[in-house]
Design a protein around this ligand. Sequence first.
Ligand SMILES: [Zn+2]
Length: 87
Amino acid sequence: MESGLETVCRICGLDVGEVRFDEHGLALFVICGCCGTESGVGDDTVAQARLLRDRWLDAQAVWFDPGTRPAEWELQGQLHKIPSRWR
Ligand SMILES: [Zn+2]
C-alpha cells in the first residue's frame, strides 16, 4: 500500500492484487468477486462501506463469483484484512 494503490476491497477485505482505487484515490470500478461491490459505487465513505458490508453479511456473505472462492476461504480472516479506516 506504499504506492497508495488500493487493492483491498473496502467492503469485504478481499485482495487479489487487482487495483480498485488508484494512487489518487480514483475508483477503477472493479467488481469484487467476493461481495460483488464495484469500487467507486457506494463505497466512497466509511458509513457507506459499513452499510454495504452489513447488507452483505446479513445476506450470508455469499460470493458474487463463487468460482473464484478459495477452498480454504474463511470469512473472519478476510474481514480482518479490511483497512482500519474502512471498518
Ligand atoms: Zn468485496
